[in-house]
Design a binder for this molecule. Sequence first.
Ligand code: ATP
Length: 294
Amino acid sequence: MSLSMCQQTPFFLHNPQSGKVHCRQPPKEKVVVVLGATGTGKSRLSIDIATLFPAEVVNSDKMQVYEGLDITTNKITQEECCGVPHHLIGEIDPIMDFTATNFCNMASLAIKSVVNNRRLPIIVGGSNSFIEALIDDKDNDKFRSKYECCFLWVDVSMPMLDSCLSDRVDRMVERGMVDEVRKMFRLNANYSRGIRRAIGVPELDRYYRAESSSDDKTRARILEEAINMIKFNTSKLACRQMEKIYRLRDVKGWKMHRIDATDVFRRRGREADKAWENLVVGPSAMIVSRFLYN
Ligand code: ATP
């Protein structure tokens, strides 16, 4: 399936009474935006959509834009990408401050290049302030005048998400998060800049300081406290992201398609995969198909 040709073709209207030909506004290009708190499965859904419709992903997670800390920021792996091109992921110098304006400029270019490739741009990531700055720009609704958006919101009930996020942090630690973050450790580092703001970096600072001076038992206790703090801050991030999504829907009036994925997270293994297909991929594919071809 390719995106309709008419999206690229200028439209002309002939008025038989005046004999004049009017140039009509070309139809808008289409963009899918996947919203959701951290850990809800946004990246997985974006890949599933991109395997059904020719698409490319534009990342909108403000920490995943930086190079490095792949485990800690939970970046999608090469294998998980399944060959779907990704933009704005791991591209930015980790000590630079990547602002909403930087994001708007770079995401706009990426979206344009995806459209020029005749593919569907899928904007995916948890940084709702970046997404809002891009879509509801103060520059005369420039984005909305060019692009028609379809918002998919992957929602998972907070108690369920909370326990899954705690397990996710444990898995990150098993995969090597502590060694990964150690490479970022500097005495008196500034944790309000660049990638050092990522959850995991400030929390582990005390542990690295204690490494050379404390006994095994003390170090183990400090590490456990740091991991608990990472879990707490990840859960807080998810709550804040949900509040921002409610605000975009209820105050800003964004028309969102809410996909409830809570049941998927109640299951394990093949049962969970089946539920994901039925409850998330199926309904999302229908919504995107209607958005693109109706
Ligand atoms: P805010 O206005 O609070 O920055 P936002 O919507 O712009 O919110 P969020 O994506 O909610 O941005 O990120 C807020 C903070 O959460 C980041 O500054 C960072 O500390 C942490 N954070 C966000 N995404 C990640 C991530 N992928 N990995 C680690 N930490 C993250």
